[in-house]
Design a protein around this ligand. Structure first.
Ligand code: SF4
Ligand code: SF4
Length: 249
């Protein structure tokens, strides 16, 4: 094979190889693209996908059930009792709100998105959203607070709840002291009279169970005496052979 032939043959093989590669490229030029141009385009989230939680505080009654269900303890809730004069309203599901929720934090750095906190909620106010992009450079920024009260309001509500508790305890103690004083006064006015000695009837002695003596019939007694003395006194001996004979009674 001449060198000129090999030269042109190699050039032809190179072009053929390029055509093979371009054939695949040309084929994909007219195929619909599957690449999502994130973040300009996003894939749809599954309907029951578990992403970032949200709490609708208007419906939260501070029952703590979501926190108790959480396996990693990343939900922190604190509440303060409302005053009897305060009306906190109702939830959208019809429950009366009686507690101020002064703290409702979820630490999403700990959350494992298991969704166990969602079903126990009686007012369905904690639920998963479709938000999954909330990365942070600082972990502390992943601790979300959901309360709607301002810091000053939180302090006020906590203080007023503590004051109400103190007042209730003081009222209870005063009522107990008044009751004790009234009882003491009554005792002073009407001292208890000396106990009247009443003749107490002696308790009947426990009757001993009668000793059961074997009742011995005259025949038995006589038999015993016979056994002792060997003969029966005062009674004619009747020979067994003479029994039934006339004259022998
Ligand atoms: S999703 Fe799971 S880990 Fe996250 S807060 Fe709810 S119960 Fe806790
Ligand atoms: S279970 Fe629901 S109502 Fe109860 S504290 Fe949690 S979010 Fe609030």
């Amino acid at each position: 094979m001449s060198s000129v032939y090999r030269y042109f043959r190699n050039i032809g093989m190179g072009f053929w190889t390029i055509l093979i590669g371009m054939k695949i490229t040309m084929k994909h030029l007219f195929t619909p693209a599957v690449t999502i141009q994130y973040p300009d385009a996003r894939m749809p989230i599954p309907e029951r996908g578990r992403n970032r939680l949200y709490v609708n505080m208007d419906d939260c009654i501070g029952c703590n059930q979501c926190a108790m269900a959480c396996p990693v303890d990343c939900i922190s809730i604190e509440t303060a009792k409302s005053l009897p004069t305060e009306d906190l309203g109702m939830t959208s599901t019809g429950q009366k709100k009686r507690l101020w929720v002064t703290k409702f934090d979820i630490d999403f750095a700990k959350c494992c998105y298991c969704g166990l906190c969602v079903p126990p909620c009686p007012t369905e106010c904690i639920y998963m959203t479709d938000v999954y992009e909330f990365s942070e450079y600082d972990r502390s920024n992943l601790n979300y607070s959901f309360i709607t009260l301002s810091p000053d309001e939180v302090v006020t509500k906590v203080e007023q709840a503590k004051a109400a508790e103190r007042e209730a305890a003081a009222r209870k103690a005063a009522a107990a002291a008044a009751a004790a004083a009234q009882k003491a006064a009554q005792t002073a006015q009407n001292p208890p009279s000396a106990p009247v000695q009443t003749a107490t009837k002696p308790a009947p002695a426990t009757q001993a169970a009668p000793v059961t003596q074997p009742v011995s019939s005259p025949e038995t007694t006589e038999k015993k005496e016979v056994e002792k003395t060997g003969s029966s006194e005062g009674k004619p001996q009747v020979d067994k052979q003479d029994e039934g004979k006339p004259g022998n009674v």
